[in-house]
Design a protein around this ligand. Structure first.
Ligand code: HEC
Ligand code: HEC
Length: 209
């Protein structure tokens, strides 16, 4: 590569690596988390099942979602004002704090566990419903590098709300982003019964010992 070209690219490269290095600080995140506690709980275990627990969620996923709310791409009247004035560093700190908390274990509804497991592990090929497991993993721990969130032990009521929002196209996620598109396709052909069952199933998923 030519010298001039390298000179031109250097600032951009430096900025990129700086961005990647903008690491979250757990203590600073904790001091910022007071405004989140009313809904998401002091330790990221939310007090109302229609609000998501944040504890133990992947740091990068949390950071991405907070920015989507802040920047108006994921819409929610309760969330948006809470994060409107956060800097990128604040977001990283909060994401680090909540990712480091411990998510409380929950149980599945035994009545629907069979249907939930069937969808989660196998999907329904004929109806274009993919197996959730192929991205979110056998025990619902997701995949941090691919941006697939943890589903295990999330409140079923919250998961139902998200799946219905995806299904009806009110996906509230970044429409220009590949990851923002995936779930609309996943949920499109699911019935309400299947949504309820799979949400309950993942609420009871336990990580492998
Ligand atoms: C008044 C209640 C309330 C407060 C306070 C609040 N949130 Fe939320 N939060 C919500 C609701 C409701 C949702 C779900 C929104 C939706 O359905 O899209 C949510 C969703 C989220 C999500 C997405 C989780 C996921 O699994 O996708 C993150 C991350 C988040 N909030 C972080 C924060 C942070 C950080 C703060 C504090 C700076 C905060 N919230 C304060 C109500 C609140
Ligand atoms: C091809 C990969 C893929 C498959 C298959 C998949 N998901 Fe997802 N899922 C994602 C991605 C990526 C996101 C995060 C979207 C974003 O960041 O905006 C997500 C997000 C979610 C969320 C939102 C989590 C939260 O905290 O708000 C739920 C709930 C969910 N998926 C449930 C399911 C269920 C149930 C299935 C099976 C029926 C499934 N997913 C299949 C990739 C997948």
């Amino acid at each position: 590569m030519q010298r001039n070209m390298i000179k031109l690219l250097m600032p951009a490269l430096l900025l990129m690596s700086f961005n990647l290095m903008a690491e979250g600080n757990v203590d600073k995140g904790q001091s910022l988390s007071g405004t989140c506690a009313a809904c998401h709980g002091m330790d990221g275990n939310s007090v109302n099942p229609i609000w998501p627990s944040l504890a133990g969620q992947h740091e990068a996923y949390l950071g991405r979602q907070i920015k989507l709310f802040r920047d108006g791409q994921r819409e929610n009247a309760m969330m948006a004002p809470m994060v409107a004035s956060l800097s990128d560093q604040d977001v990283a700190d909060l994401a680090a704090y909540f990712a480091a908390q411990k998510l409380k274990l929950k149980a599945a509804n035994p009545d629907s566990v069979e249907l939930g497991r069937k969808i989660y592990q196998g999907g329904d090929k004929e109806r274009n419903i993919p197996a959730c497991m192929s991205c979110h993993g056998p025990t619902g721990q997701g995949n941090p590098l691919s941006g697939y969130p943890v589903l295990a032990n999330q409140h079923a009521a919250y998961t139902v709300i998200q799946l219905k929002a995806y299904k009806t196209g009110k996906s509230m996620v970044d429409k220009d982003d590949v990851n923002g598109q995936i779930m609309a396709d996943v949920a499109r052909y699911m019935t309400e019964e299947e949504i309820d069952a799979v949400a309950s199933y993942v609420q009871g998923l336990k990580a492998a010992q």
